[in-house]
Ligand binder design. Structure first.
Ligand SMILES: C[S@@+](CC[C@H](N)C(=O)[O-])C[C@H]1O[C@@H](n2cnc3c(N)ncnc32)[C@H](O)[C@@H]1O
Length: 222
């Protein structure tokens, strides 16, 4: 499904989010400024897609020289990430988030932007992130939420009815942009997601809403 929308994925992201996606990636990267300023830091951006979260992490490192890897199981998405990153000190790897090809305790930071929600098994995903993080390492999961109140009502009209039509029209592919609101609906609410994170072993689990809760950042420490 993701490979089928790869050619238009970036354009659609920016159009459908009115460009707010860029702010969300930047804000997430800024939240981990401490780790990213360490020259020896090892960072994994999981479900990296075409790499925009990965690029935001790189920008946040400045000249620090942290090692940053993007991983995704869609070849087509990664191909676009590679094309966009020519000359940048980033690595890309084709891998399933539920079976990561990395040793235990390897990374200082694992992020995932709008990818975690798509995993077939959230607990297994959290378990893998926990496994590859070193003790004291951090995880940041940026994903969609469901805003409440009058704004939430307006937003739902847009997200459930208008976005699938625009997304299908621009991508030329039927399916993925109807799947998007359905996948957000099945994603646990913040309190349940934080419980799952604690269950996987994370401490200091927290959720920070972005833009009235349309999106939000889950953080946890190993
Ligand atoms: C909505 S895109 C997000 C891409 C990027 N992180 C962003 O913020 O634009 C979700 C990505 O998750 C990837 N993905 C979904 N399930 C995965 C899995 N089990 N293992 C690796 N990647 C996965 C998809 O291939 C897709 O590129």
């Amino acid at each position: 499904m993701f490979s089928s929308i790869a050619p238009r994925y970036d354009l659609l992201n920016h159009v459908l989010s009115f460009n707010v996606d860029r702010l969300w990636w930047r804000r997430t990267a800024r939240s981990f400024a401490g780790i990213l300023s360490e020259p020896t830091a090892r960072v994994l951006d999981l479900c990296c897609g075409t790499g925009d979260m990965t690029f935001a992490l790189l920008r946040q490192t400045g000249q620090a020289g942290a090692e940053i890897l993007g991983a995704d199981f869609s070849h087509a998405m990664l191909q676009r990430a590679r094309e966009k990153s020519k000359g940048k000190p980033l690595g890309w790897i084709e891998a399933d988030a539920l079976q990561l090809p990395f040793p235990d305790a390897h990374f200082d930071l694992v992020t995932s932007a709008f990818g975690f929600r798509n995993l077939a098994d959230y607990d297994a995903g959290l378990g893998e992130i926990f496994r590859v993080l070193r003790r004291g390492g951090e995880c940041g999961i940026l994903d969609f939420g469901e805003p409440h109140g009058p704004f939430g009502m307006l937003y739902r009209i847009y997200f459930q009815h208008m976005l699938p039509v625009i997304g299908t029209w621009i991508s030329g592919v039927r399916g993925p942009y109807s799947y998007l609101p359905a996948s957000v609906e099945r994603f646990p609410a913040p309190s349940a997601m934080l419980e799952r994170m604690r269950g996987a072993g994370f401490c200091e689990a927290s959720w920070t809403p972005y833009t009235f809760g349309i999106a939000g950042l889950y953080r946890g420490k190993r």
